[in-house]
Design a protein around this ligand. Sequence first.
Ligand SMILES: *Cc1c(COP(=O)(O)O)cnc(C)c1O
Ligand code: SF4
Length: 443
Amino acid sequence: MTIYNEKQQEIAEKISPNARISNWKDWKWQLKHSIRDISTFEKVTGIEFEESEMESLEKTIAKFPLSITPYYLSLIDTEDYRNDPFFKQSFPSPSELIIDKYDMKDPLAEDKDSPVPGITHRYPDRVLFHISNICSMYCRHCTRKRKVGDVDSIPGKDEILKGIEYIKNTPAVRDVLLSGGDPFMLSDDYLDWILTELRKIPSVEVIRIGTRMPVVLPYRITDGLVAVLKKHHPLWINTQFNHPRAITDSSKEALRKLADAGIPLGNQSVLLAGVNDCPRIMKKLVHKLVQNRVRPYYLYQCDLSEGLSHFRTPVGKGIEIMESLIGHTSGFAVPTYVIDAPGGGGKIPVTPTYLISWSTNKVVLRNYEGVITTYKEPDSYEPVFCDRNCRDCKLQLKLEEAEEIHAIGIEKLLSDYDDAISLIPESTDRIERRDKLEMEIRS
Ligand SMILES: *Cc1c(COP(=O)(O)O)cnc(C)c1O
Ligand code: SF4
């Protein structure tokens, strides 16, 4: 395996004249020598920017800081850097200063759904727990750009304990998603402590970690870290490869270590204009992922955070990509394309349409090739009437406790046991008129 190639050696020597392969593969050396200003970037890559451009670049990094690991920098094709996917993901663009009419500081309203600092509780049974505000590299397309580079970045034990206390007191939470920043910026010992504390909570069934380390700093996946993670199963990891060329020998090695430790691996890509907005690139990416035991999980539509307008594609591009994957390749290589609802409604799946028509006893479907087919529905189907009285039901749930006490949203409209017949938005003029009328009748 060529973990250290000529280009990397050249970069290492420019950064620090006595650098060796052992330095290059040391994640702390990589962090210490991350490129944080434009003149160092120029020196290391040999790329030179014009003076007029420098000014706008400096302005950009004053607002959204720059940090690139030497490893990630080594992925950039300096011959054609303007079109390079890694350059685009890591190097500032003056377009980041453009704020579109619909851009928001916190488009997903994570702060509004935050009961205690660091926790976002949006879904019934799982929470997002931000345990680090720092990353090894600052992705230019970061959703949480507003928080990147904040001082006092790693929360202390007191603050972490508040989050853990919330999870302890909220037994509905069965899945805890550790995120950041990058959780793997914490030391092995600190992570071990957090995971141990979480594991003490009986209602926590699974722990997930979201990290970009296998992509931007694969050497962080050390045997020591893996030994810590292994102690806290069931533990899942999601990473973020956006381009097939990011799956290098070093990345493969990191993924192999994690997978060999029995950690199920997933990948959350972001659809980025000029980086991966191409069915062919995405197909290559998902194939390389599954070869390395990583299941493509989500493909995100780029959200409405400030400074990302140049990365956004029309939703149609995502649907086109999904059309080119579903049926054309292994089912487990196909991610779910999602739009994270602006205003904070969570992730909404978007797919091409396969159900094209239906009658009372037949549905008409089309497949990926354009075949149109019918599925004949059963003539006699004895519906299961559900009044939530599981004890007297013919279906055998037979579990100690019944989960899901109440239905939410559309699920509620479909249920037999809830009387709701419609979901009505609050405070429309019509509803206000209706409320007023009711009050008048009553008085
Ligand atoms: C994405 C996300 C989750 C996890 O969602 P899954 O669909 O279960 O992966 C949980 N909380 C928040 C706030 C999220 O954004
Ligand atoms: S398939 Fe088309 S868009 Fe994709 S890389 Fe090739 S030429 Fe570019």
